[in-house]
Design a protein around this ligand. Structure first.
Ligand code: 3PG
Length: 215
């Protein structure tokens, strides 16, 4: 287990940060960390995403910042250059996987089918994103994949929320869940960072309870 994987085992929820402005990204990250979520994913879906990523990676805060929606090897390098501690992608792009592996940075590419899982395993991966989790079969699909691919861990994302987090985290092969529900656009636009902290605390509470039940 690398450092990030073991940190995710303790705080197994990864909020997505989609920001146009580094100061908003920083305020969002701090609100999430205040609620207990310290492994964060900046998604490359805005023109300022790389700048936001760099600003968060430069903070002296106790947070782990990765990059998401990374679609190719060039973007993988760009993100690592700006300090990304891990890379997430909606799909499995071998160039991105090799780019991340060549720099010893963990990468969690998205998979949806057994064949994609097998490609991920043959690339030497032990953690993958399961995306879009709810459309790809949700908890029953994860259980089926988990029973076949013993050692592999999944990070379901896409349709995960406070309402179903418990069910996803209760699946033994799930390392962590990702999602955008923790960073509602409207709350952030209104500067309501307390709401972000409340959502993060709620997620940690659900995670602690679920993982406690598994012991
Ligand atoms: C992702 O990039 O992982 C998804 O867009 C997140 O899906 P969600 O908005 O349903 O959480």
């Amino acid at each position: 287990m690398n450092d990030i994987t073991s940190r995710l085992a303790c705080a197994p929820v990864v909020p997505l940060i989609q920001a146009d402005d580094p100061s908003v990204a920083i305020a969002t990250a701090r609100a999430l960390a205040k609620g207990g979520l310290t492994v964060l994913e900046v998604v490359l879906r805005t023109p300022a995403a790389l700048e936001c990523l760099q600003a968060l990676c430069a903070l002296d805060d106790d947070i782990v910042v990765g990059a998401g929606t990374v679609l190719n090897a060039k973007k993988t390098h760009d993100c690592i250059e700006r300090g990304a501690a891990f890379i997430v992608s909606p799909g499995l792009d071998e160039g991105s996987v090799h780019a991340a592996q060549s720099q010893d940075v963990p990468i969690y590419p998205g998979v949806m089918t057994p064949s994609e899982v097998m490609r991920a395993i043959s690339l030497g991966l032990d953690v993958v994103k399961f995306f879009p989790a709810s459309i790809a079969g949700g908890v029953p699909a994860l259980k089926a994949l988990g029973s076949v691919f013993g050692e592999l861990k999944f990070m379901p994302t896409g349709g995960v929320s406070a309402a179903n987090l418990h069910e996803f985290l209760a699946v033994p092969s799930v390392l962590a869940c990702g999602g955008s529900w923790l960073t509602p656009k409207a709350a952030i636009a209104d500067g309501d960072y307390e709401q972000v902290t409340t959502l993060a605390s709620e997620a940690i509470k659900i995670a602690t309870q679920t993982r406690g039940e598994q012991k």
